[in-house]
Design a protein around this ligand. Structure first.
Ligand code: F6R
Length: 602
C-alpha cells in the first residue's frame, strides 16, 4: 500500500527519501516519486515500477543545502500505475503526496475543472494540490489555504504538501491513514510507519486522526479541530538490524525460520508454570463478558477463525468471527457483554480499523491483538495485546499468523482460567503443549530439502484444494492463501467434510489436494474424506504423522500430543511449500504482484 516519506533539514534529501521509500517497499507499490525544494529550485522525479527505476532516473541529481522534500510509493487505487498517476502531484507551484482515498474527489474535481483547472492524472490526490492553490490564490496565505483544503476533504488521508509559496515549510494532515513525525534535533522527518526513520530520528510523534499543521525552522505546529495544541514526543527505540534479511534469500523465508525463536518472546511473562498471565488485562477484564466477536482480514481472519474453536472448546465462551469488510456494512446486531476483538499484523488495515470504531461506538469493550505498537488499531482499542513477532517484511504473512494464533490460544485458556470453566489439569496440559510450540516450529534441513524437491511437481494443474477439519480448516484456508499470494496458482481452502457437497466434482488427476491429516484430531474422519478424493483420481499430498497409502506425496510430521502442536508444524510445511513453488515459478516472493503489506484503503 502507498508509503510516504518527508524530510526537512540540511542533509542530502534524495538519499533520505529513496532510502526511506525502500524501507516501505514491503508494503507493495507500483510507482514512486520525489519532490524537493531547495532555495528557489524545485526538483521532481517519478518512475513506474520498482524504486531502482527512480534511483536510475535521479542518479545525476543531488540536493545541497537546507531544503524540504517529500516522497511516495504508490499502490494504484484511482487510475493505472503510470508516471502521470504517480505522486507527488503537481499544481502550478506546489506538490502533494497522499495515502488513502478522497471519497468526494469527483465533486471537487468537477468544481475545480469548472474554475478552469486542468488535471494531469486520474487520481483523487491531484484535487488536493489544486484546491490548495485555489485557496492560496484567494488569501495569499499558505497555512490558511492548507487548512481550508483539508476542511474540504472527505475520506481517508495522510498527506504532505510543499509549495514554492513557502519554500521552508512542509504542511501535513492525517485522518484515517497512518502518519508519524520523527525528530532529530532541528531536523524533522515524516513517514507512514516508523521503519524509514529508524536510525535517523531519535524521537517520534504518532499523529492522531484530525491532526494537521506545518513544520518550519525545526518547529512542528500541530492543530486539531480545537486549534493549536501541544504534543509529547516519545523515544524511537526500534532496531534496524532486525529488519534485514540475515543471509536468507527472502524476508518470507527468514520469517518462517524465525517463528520457532520468536514464539518464546510471544509467551514470555504470559505463559507461567500453571497459569496464563496477561499484564495488559485488568483482573476484572472478563467479568462482564459472556461472548466474543472477532473481526479481521486475510491471514489475521484465519487466525481468528482457528481461535473460535479454541474459545469455545477451551474457554467455554461463545465466539463469532467476521471478515471486517463484510461486518462494516451488514448493520451488525451488537449486544453488550460482548468483547470485540480485532486482529491485525500491521494495525493499519482500514476495514479492521473501521469495524473497531463501529464496535466502540456501539459501546462494546474492545481488545486488539496486533504486531505493531502505536499503530492506529492499537491506539483505537481499549486494550491491546502485542504479538511480539518483530517487523514482518514479506508481504505474505507468516510469523504474524503464528504469533497471532499463539496469543489467541493463550487468551482462550486465560478465559477458561478466569471464568473458572476449566480444571487445573486442563490448564496444565495446555501450558505444557504451549511450551513445546517452539520445537514444533523448527525448520529442519531435511524438511526444507524435501519440500524444495517436491515443489517441482506442483507448478501446474487446474487447482489446489487445501483441506482440513476443525482448527485445520482455517489452517487450510491460510495454506491456500499463502500459495495463491506468491505462486499466482489457484488454490482454495475447504473444510474436508464439505468436499462431497460440491467441490468433489472437480476431482481428477490435475486437482491437487493438500490434505492436513493430524493424528490428534478427527484423523479417521479426514482419512475418509481424502479417500473419497483419491477414489476420483485427485492427486494427494498428505501431511500427517501417520503414513497414508493413498498419498501420491507424503510429508511426515511428528506424532505430537496436542492438536495445536500439529497445527504449528503443518503451518510451517504449507508456508515452505508455497515459498518453494513461488521460487520455482520465478515470482517475487517478498513483493508479489498486486498485493500490499498494509492495506490502508477500503
Ligand atoms: C496475507 C496477508 C493479508 C493480511 C490482511 C490483513 O499474507 O498478509 O491477508 O493478513 O491484509 O492485514 P493485517 O493483519 O495487517 O490487518
Amino acid at each position: 500500500m502507498c508509503g510516504i516519506v518527508g524530510y526537512i533539514g540540511p542533509k542530502e534529501k534524495k538519499e533520505i527519501l529513496l532510502d526511506g521509500l525502500q524501507e516501505l517497499e514491503y508494503r507493495g507499490y507500483d510507482s514512486a516519486g520525489i519532490a524537493i525544494i531547495e532555495g528557489e529550485k524545485l526538483n521532481n522525479y517519478k518512475a513506474i515500477g520498482k524504486l531502482a527505476n527512480l534511483r536510475e532516473k535521479t542518479k545525476n541529481y543531488t540536493s545541497d543545502g537546507f531544503g524540504i522534500s517529500i516522497g511516495h510509493t504508490r499502490w494504484a487505487t484511482h487510475g493505472k500505475p503510470t508516471e502521470l498517476n504517480a505522486h507527488p502531484h503537481l499544481g502550478a507551484y506546489s506538490y502533494v503526496v497522499h495515502n488513502g482515498i478522497i471519497e468526494n474527489y469527483q465533486d471537487l474535481k468537477e468544481e475545480l475543472q469548472a474554475d478552469g483547472v486542468n488535471f494531469l492524472s486520474q487520481t483523487d490526490t491531484e484535487t488536493i494540490v489544486h484546491l490548495f492553490e485555489k485557496f492560496h490564490k484567494d488569501s495569499n496565505q499558505p497555512f490558511p489555504a492548507f487548512q481550508e483544503t483539508i476542511g474540504r476533504l472527505e475520506g481517508a488521508y495522510a498527506t504532505l504538501l510543499i509549495t514554492e509559496a513557502s519554500p521552508e515549510t512542509i504542511f501535513f494532515a492525517k485522518s484515517g491513514s497512518p502518519m508519524l513525525i520523527g525528530f532529530d534535533g532541528d531536523e524533522v522527518y515524516f513517514a507512514s510507519s516508523d521503519t524509514p526513520i529508524i536510525g535517523k530520528a531519535t524521537e517520534v510523534y504518532y499523529l492522531e486522526d484530525g491532526e494537521y499543521g506545518y513544520v518550519k525552522d525545526g518547529q512542528v505546529h500541530l492543530y486539531d479541530a480545537n486549534g493549536e495544541k501541544s504534543f509529547t514526543k516519545q523515544a524511537l527505540t526500534a532496531d534496524k538490524v532486525s529488519a534485514q534479511k540475515d543471509g536468507y534469500r527472502f524476508f518470507m523465508e527468514k520469517e518462517i525460520y524465525e517463528q520457532s525463536q520468536i514464539m518464546g518472546d510471544t509467551m514470555i511473562g504470559r505463559v507461567l508454570d500453571d497459569s496464563i498471565n496477561f499484564e495488559e488485562l485488568d483482573e476484572d477484564f472478563f467479568d462482564e463478558i459472556y461472548a466474543i466477536k472477532i473481526c479481521a482480514c486475510g491471514t489475521s481472519y484465519h487466525s481468528a477463525l482457528a481461535s473460535s474453536y479454541l474459545f469455545e472448546r477451551i474457554g467455554k465462551m461463545r465466539c463469532d468471527v467476521e471478515i471486517a469488510s463484510e461486518f462494516r456494512y451488514k448493520e451488525p446486531f451488537l449486544t453488550d457483554k460482548t468483547l470485540f476483538i480485532t486482529i491485525s499484523q500491521s494495525g493499519e488495515t482500514a476495514d479492521t480499523l473501521e469495524a473497531l470504531k463501529m464496535a466502540k461506538q456501539a459501546g462494546l469493550k474492545t481488545l486488539s491483538i496486533c504486531n505493531v505498537d502505536n499503530s492506529s488499531i492499537v491506539r483505537e482499542s481499549d486494550t491491546a495485546i502485542l504479538t511480539r513477532a518483530g517487523i514482518e517484511k514479506g508481504v505474505a504473512s507468516t510469523k504474524a499468523f503464528a504469533t497471532q494464533s499463539m496469543v489467541l490460544w493463550m487468551l482462550a485458556l486465560y478465559v477458561g482460567q478466569t471464568k473458572n470453566t476449566i480444571s487445573k489439569e486442563t490448564i496444565k496440559t495446555e501450558i505444557d503443549a504451549m511450551l513445546h510450540t517452539p520445537k514444533a516450529l523448527v525448520v529442519t534441513d531435511k524438511l526444507h530439502a524435501k519440500l524444495t524437491r517436491l515443489s517441482k511437481r506442483y507448478l501446474h494443474g487446474h487447482g489446489f484444494f487445501f483441506i482440513g477439519r476443525d482448527i485445520f480448516f482455517p489452517l487450510a484456508l491460510e495454506g491456500a492463501l499463502k500459495l495463491k499470494e506468491i505462486s499466482y496458482l489457484h488454490a482454495e481452502g475447504y473444510p474436508a467434510g464439505e468436499m462431497k457437497h460440491g467441490p468433489i466434482a472437480l476431482a481428477d488427476s490435475e486437482l491437487f489436494t493438500i490434505a492436513l491429516m493430524p493424528k490428534t484430531m478427527l484423523y479417521d474422519k479426514i482419512k475418509s474424506n481424502v479417500e473419497e478424493l483419491s477414489a476420483r483420481d485427485a492427486t494427494i499430498l498428505a501431511i500427517s504423522p501417520e503414513p497414508f497409502d493413498l498419498a501420491d506425496d507424503f510429508i511426515q510430521t511428528k506424532y505430537d500430543s496436542h492438536p495445536m502442536l500439529e497445527f504449528f508444524e503443518m503451518m510451517v510445511v504449507t508456508q515452505l511449500l508455497a515459498l518453494e513453488i513461488s521460487v520455482r515459478l520465478g515470482n517475487d516472493v517478498d513483493m508479489p504482484r498486486n498485493l500490499a503489506k498494509s492495506v490502508t484503503v477500503e
